[in-house]
Design a protein around this ligand. Structure first.
Ligand code: UD1
Ligand code: MG
Length: 451
């Protein structure tokens, strides 16, 4: 089969009233990515040469979040909201440029998969002029019903226009459609608005195409793929389905999830083979994890890079800019931000490492804090290789500790420590014999005087 060119038109101009939100519905996120961006990604993955994004509400923001997700995205403004066919025609310039396949996708159906789009394109390659993706449901209320005769799709009837008998049909329009590029404009321009809603229905293209003798087909896809997000309940449903699919993919790709349902991924989480993720771990945006890593329970990770065989948690918090080298360890109740932890280095207990660099094999004792912020600016802490930092050390940044240095427990470091030096920065201990008794007597006398 020769390569067919493809234009995807993503309709994202809707108001989204039922979302009860100050922003456009398609800006709401699942897995940390706006709905419209999910759809554009699917279009790109299905081999679209070009994506036309039809925007209305919050046009500029929708454009900004969606365009990075496909090589060539052009936005078109739909001034008035006169129906789905009218919305598609807002992108008529893109249609005029010519494409073998035109896909129409809705910006609020984030679970559509590249393989669903391939099914639609395949129908065109087999000679159809219009291919409609349908699904079966026991509760078809609100959807356009697919009307078939002798196994052929002859029309689509919207809920408000359907007769009693048509309303019984359970095969519904998922909203995803493929149209042969060569006939698209002519057919779209033929669509009128004489219906219950007074809107230009894209669905009328079916009867129009048939009247002109073109082949029209319906193909079944899973309801999940065309699940539309209209309110926050459906937003949560879509999130749950997305998470379930992603956990499944991660496990198939070689990641062990001890209790899969308790792990939350971001749209861009990358995890290598043989990594183990314990229960209740949250991955925020921009996290990549190597192979053979162990992420223990209740860790929260965002914007972090974790190299092979590192260990994280339990109860670790990795914030943006955290970079853990191979075989390094960040243990319980530790927070790491904008800091690199060298190969084999250990930050094991109750520690804050921010705006810092820790060299290979260094060991950071429990309760150590990089004091990076003076209330106005952030300052860096640099710790060399093979350094031992004793428990409960405060490093007042900017500060450097040279390789091989040894910092005594409880130090408050304000000065740089040269390589291989022993630094002790704490008050000297004084033991006064018998003085505890004297102190108690005096305190007791003071208390008696007051009462
Ligand atoms: C549409 C279909 C229906 C199908 C259902 C599936 C039509 C006429 N009906 O109905 O057959 O079963 O989806 O969910 O196509 N949009 C615009 N501009 C407009 C109108 C709509 O951009 O002027 C966008 C919306 O933002 C949305 C999409 O098009 O992303 C669908 O519009 P919507 O009003 O939700 O159509 P439905 O009534 O759900
Ligand atoms: Mg809808």
């Amino acid at each position: 089969m020769t390569e067919r060119s493809c234009l995807s038109i993503v309709l994202a101009a809707g108001e989204g009233t039922r979302m009860k939100s100050d922003r456009s519905k398609v800006l709401h996120e699942i897995a940390g990515l706006p709905l419209a961006a999910h759809v554009v990604r699917a279009a790109a993955a299905a081999g679209s040469d070009r994506v036309a994004l039809v925007v209305g509400r919050d046009a500029e923001t929708v454009e900004a979040v969606a365009t990075p997700h496909a090589a060539k995205v052009t936005t078109y403004l739909q001034q008035e909201r006169l129906g789905t066919a009218h919305a598609v025609l807002a992108a008529s310039e893109a249609i005029k440029d010519g494409a073998d396949d035109i896909l129409v996708l809705f910006g609020d159906t984030p679970l559509v998969r590249p393989e669903d789009l391939a099914t639609a394109r395949h129908a065109l390659a087999e000679g159809a002029c219009v291919a409609v993706m349908g699904f079966y449901t026991e509760n078809p209320f609100g959807y356009g019903r697919l009307i078939e005769e002798d196994g052929q799709l002859i029309d689509i009837r919207e809920e408000k226009d359907a007769s009693f008998l048509e309303k019984q049909i359970q095969f519904c329009n998922g909203g995803l459609m493929a149209i042969a590029g060569e006939h698209a404009l002519e057919l779209l321009h033929g669509i009128g608005n004489e219906n219950a809603k007074g809107e230009y229905y894209l669905t009328d293209i079916v009867a129009l195409a048939r009247a002109k003798g073109h082949k029209v087909v319906a193909r079944e896809i899973a309801f999940e793929s065309v699940l539309g997000v209209n309110n926050r309940v459906e937003l949560a449903e879509a999130e749950a389905i997305w998470q379930r699919r992603t956990r499944h993919r991660m496990m198939v790709d070689g990641v062990t999830l001890m209790q899969p349902a308790s792990v939350h991924f971001s749209w861009d989480t990358v995890i290598g083979q043989d990594t183990l993720v314990e229960p209740n771990v949250v991955f925020g945006p921009s996290v990549s994890v190597g192979g053979g890593v162990t992420i223990r329970a209740f860790s929260h990770i965002e914007g972090a890079k974790i190299a092979d065989n590192a260990e994280v948690g339990p109860f670790a918090r990795l914030r943006p800019g955290a970079e853990l080298a191979q075989n390094s360890k960040v243990g319980n109740f530790c927070e790491v931000k904008k800091a690199s932890i060298g190969e084999g280095a250990k930050v094991n207990h109750l520690t804050y490492i921010g705006d810092a660099e820790i060299g290979a094999r260094s060991n950071i004792g429990a309760g150590t804090v990089t004091c990076n912020y003076d209330g106005y600016s952030k300052h860096r802490t640099t710790i060399g290789e093979d350094v031992f930092v004793g428990t409960h050390t405060s490093l007042i940044a900017p500060i450097e500790v040279g390789s091989g240095a040894y910092v005594a427990t409880g130090s408050v470091l304000t000065l740089n420590v040269p390589a291989d030096a022993l630094a002790i920065a704490r008050g000297r201990q004084v033991n006064m014999d018998g003085r505890a008794k004297v102190l108690r007597q005096s305190l007791e006398a003071q208390k008696r005087q007051k009462s």
